[in-house]
Design a protein around this ligand. Structure first.
Ligand SMILES: *Cc1c(COP(=O)(O)O)cnc(C)c1O
Ligand code: SF4
Length: 367
């Protein structure tokens, strides 16, 4: 585990200039415990089993952001033995498979659907809800399966809003993206297209002028990205977001509440102020889903509510994300507000639009 390491400071890579091609930066990513051992002087042995179980990839950009083992950047991307702890958590915590009419679609709300277009990400987040499938053949849908997904959306007039996700849609090359977007844009009942992508954080070089020109042809198109810590907001990421915003693409951010990374009001306020400054609107603060291998990131719901309460008065309402939990079973996201907290104890009672729900309130526990 990271706290135990007494590693010398890593050799810092120089930040990559945007002009280096994103494909070559991706190819230069770190993918083995041995590379981590060489850079940080740690023992690779305990990490081999973790890397054999869950995919490992850290881009040169992310690597350069690590200041020391165990810091908020490290915790998000470096494998940890805790991932193999027996936690009884489900692999498909949101029960996505039962909302999947065809393999590449998750259709849980009547008016919105997810289209899973890429099984890969630039970097693999250790807290990922889909960590049991991401980066493996289980999420690698063929072009034929994506085409079936598009056909399902075209045949379902209630869907107004499609969200491209995966994996990371922006790991597709421009031609493939153009093909998918062209076919979606031609569906008359689709009112908006959304893309969920972490590349502005992990591989900002992917946000080329050509990509922005391409995306701008498919308006109204929204992009939600995924910054979790203010130290991720560095010049190349600011340039990437600025380029997207200048192309007329509204930007939002979905943060995950992560123990040891951002479970602190001062960190969250700093993050959200920096997001607003680069025209990225904080959208959701997600309570961590219950996915196997992520229990070491868990924080109590009560902490998330404290953070939201602390933000009020210290940052514009524009900068306060909606705190949501996605309870297991797949009923959908439930917004959590401090004033809807009815009872605090080992169980939290929270008032929601669909009645009072009870959420366990302990660290490293379910929800
Ligand atoms: C979160 C989510 C959406 C999008 O929800 P919004 O609240 O509109 O951003 C759509 N489908 C599924 C399955 C989701 O989990
Ligand atoms: S970028 Fe998103 S989908 Fe990919 S590993 Fe991270 S959280 Fe999971």
């Amino acid at each position: 585990m990271s706290e135990g390491f007494t590693a010398p400071r890593a050799t810092r890579h120089a930040p990559q200039p945007l002009k280096t091609s994103w494909q070559s930066q991706l190819a230069d990513s770190l993918t083995t415990p041995e590379q981590l051992a060489e850079l940080f002087g740690i023992d690779p042995e305990p990490l081999r089993a973790v890397a054999a179980r869950y995919p490992l990839r850290i881009t040169p950009h992310t690597l350069a952001l690590i200041e020391e083992p165990g810091d908020p950047i490290w915790r998000q991307c470096v494998p940890d033995l805790s991932e193999l702890a027996v936690d009884d958590l489900p692999e498909d915590s949101l029960n996505e498979s039962s909302f999947s009419p065809v393999p590449a679609v998750v259709h849980r709300y009547p008016d919105r659907a997810l289209l899973l277009v890429s099984g890969q990400c630039a970097g693999y987040c250790r807290f990922c809800t889909r960590k049991n499938r991401v980066g493996t053949s289980a999420l690698a849908f063929s072009q034929q399966q994506v085409a079936e997904g598009i056909a399902y959306i075209a045949a379902t007039p209630g869907i107004r809003d499609v969200i491209l996700t995966g994996g990371d849609p922006l790991l597709l090359d421009d031609d493939r993206l153009e093909d998918i977007l062209t076919r979606l844009h031609a569906i008359p009942h689709l009112e908006i297209i959304r893309i969920g992508s972490r590349v502005p954080v992990t591989l900002p070089a992917r946000i080329t002028p050509e990509l922005c020109t391409l995306l701008a042809r498919f308006q109204p198109l929204y992009l939600n990205t995924h910054f979790n810590h203010p130290r991720e907001i560095v010049s190349v990421s600011i340039e990437a977001c600025t380029r997207l915003a200048d192309a007329g693409i509204p930007l939002g951010n979905q943060t995950v509440l992560l123990g040891g990374v951002n479970d602190d009001p001062a960190v969250m306020i700093d993050l959200c102020r920096k997001l607003l400054k680069m025209r990225v609107r904080p959208y959701y603060l997600h309570h961590l889903d219950q996915a196997r291998g992520t229990a070491h990131f868990r924080v109590p719901v009560e902490r998330g509510l404290e953070i939201i309460a602390a933000m009020r008065g210290q940052i514009s309402g524009l900068g306060i994300p909606q705190y949501v939990v996605d309870p297991p079973g797949g009923q959908g996201k439930v917004p959590l507000l401090p004033e809807n907290l009815l009872e605090v104890g080992e169980v939290l009672k929270v008032r929601t639009t669909s009645g009072v729900i009870e959420l366990p309130n302990r660290r490293r526990q379910l929800i």
